[in-house]
Ligand binder design. Sequence first.
Ligand SMILES: Cc1ncc(COP(=O)(O)O)c(C=O)c1O
Length: 376
Amino acid sequence: MNLFDVYSLFDVTPVKGLGCHIWDDKGTEYLDLYGGHAVISVGHCHPRYVAALNDQIDRIGFYSNSVRNPLQERLATLVGELSGYGDYSLFLANSGAEANENALKLASFHTGKDRIVAFRHSFHGRTSGAVAVTDNPAIVSPFNSNHKVTFLPLGDSAAVEAELAKGDVAGVIIEGIQGVGGINIPEDSFFRELRELCTRYGVVLILDEVQSGYGRTGKFFAHQWAGIRPDLISMAKGMANGFPIGGVLISPAFKASKGLLGTTFGGNYLAMAAAIAVAEIIRDERLMDNAAAVGKWLTDNIPQSPLIKEVRGRGLMMGIDFTVPVAPIRSALLYDKHIFTGVSGKGMIRLLAPLTLSVPEASQFVSALGEILDNQ
Ligand SMILES: Cc1ncc(COP(=O)(O)O)c(C=O)c1O
């Protein structure tokens, strides 16, 4: 049987990882500034993380959500402490798209309404509701598009107000920073206007922090730079360093009812052991501070070049916006310099390194990029 061919593949087969480094099946070492797409938050094979998973699989690997699971409660406490959202509740799922599905469902259930406002260039996942609020017709089927969604320009609060004033909107969904769409950072003032409009019109504000959250920008969630508190916050990628997981933080205004949300695997023991280890490592190693400091160092040291339009981002969520297609630059980084990077569209190199990245590792990238640009 073949695999269903849906991914564009690098010509590298990783077999080992440690910290910000990966080795392939031929023994070649790579610097990982892609973090497996923002997932590797505490570095590959962090010893505390490995020990926590080994220890848990030795005790009990799985039981259903029909029994009390103290590990879930421990994770909720830790996330509350790290994020400052200790008064919210946590619902645990298995992926970013699933977290968003549950957030959209809660918004609709809570308001009794069914229309959602989303933003141009958004990406929220590939399941039915999540892809319906994603601004990319190439990945939406007719079945998925059977939802009431209105896409507005990011930053246009007058357009948001005009939609909310119609009275039929359940929720507004927005990424903390648009990742797939090209590291588009909403203005702090726009976040504050959104908060005010959602409160005024009784609409649920959903922050998708699946990529921008979990310490990546130097604060626990990217929207915290604007000082707002959304009603629902979805998260996933960095939560368990590669163990599948997702979650929704739910404000105290939402009432739970038995059976409304649920999942077989969400909150399972192994995912909890992984996520607890990650949260403790982020706390104990002050990785949010590191992300802020090394991210600033990188932004300040990206080489000047007529091929680079702009460097934008926060902490270790960064885009280098080029005036030319980046495919050859990314290939040279990977195959000649042995550095993994991501992209956004055709013109942007996207950096989503582990939060443990050091300045010497960042400077290896800066030198490599400088050499590649000199030869363009
Ligand atoms: C902002 C955002 N939301 C949701 C998702 C979907 O997450 P998952 O692939 O875990 O379903 C992604 C994945 O890239 C994302 O970047």
